[in-house]
Write a new protein. Sequence first.
Length: 257
Amino acid sequence: MIEQPKHLVSIITPTFNSAQYIDQCIASVLSQTYTNWELIITDDFSQDNTIDIIQKYVDSDSRIKLFSLSKNGGPGVARNNSIKNANGSFIAFLDSDDQWMSTKLEKQLNFMLMHDLALSYTSYDVIDDEEGTVIRTVIAKGEVTIGDMLKSNYIGCSTAIYNVDKLGKVYMPLIRKRQDYGLWIEIIKKTKVTKGLKESLTKYMVRGNSVSSNKFKLISYQWEFYNDVLGLNFFMSVRSIIYWFVYSLLGIKNKGK
């Protein structure tokens, strides 16, 4: 058991028109058995009542903090604003439409401290947005290297935690999609390898009309990622795209957002 006061965890949550999901997301944080956390929410210029819902939680729990952007910049911008305002020794990610199991922080922090990790991730349940049922469970790969990550994103965004004391604050690249993918690769470049916790500790919501639900639409984002963000040459980008697409069709990956 981790000593509760020892490690402050900053939870990074971007929101945009998240009124349908944000209550359950925040409730899953409030239910954590590990209580030394701060939830830093940055709203990306929502046009619904997302901010009103969040404000109720801010008023009742000092650990919850809300920042609002004056224009829509995308989830990478929102996450980076929350990272900038984070105070924790560990930074965890939780998207507004996802949820954590109640023991998520406690078990994952214990796992990281036991293995002296700079970055970790877990298995997760993929949940149908409309039915609320488990579609499948994605089992975390035991270890992930740079070579693995060039083929596929094995780290689900809402499962990841990194150690600020080891890495400093590391920010996401400012692209519209795959920002989390870029962050994991940047960290693994420094640490060489990272480990995953096999237990499923996150519920990942899948919306039928989301961009990430259509692999063909993601090809252009993936090309931008390999070519512009990672700086791979044409032939390496083509090879990586082929790997990524095949692995995606086979379901051999974790999903980022």
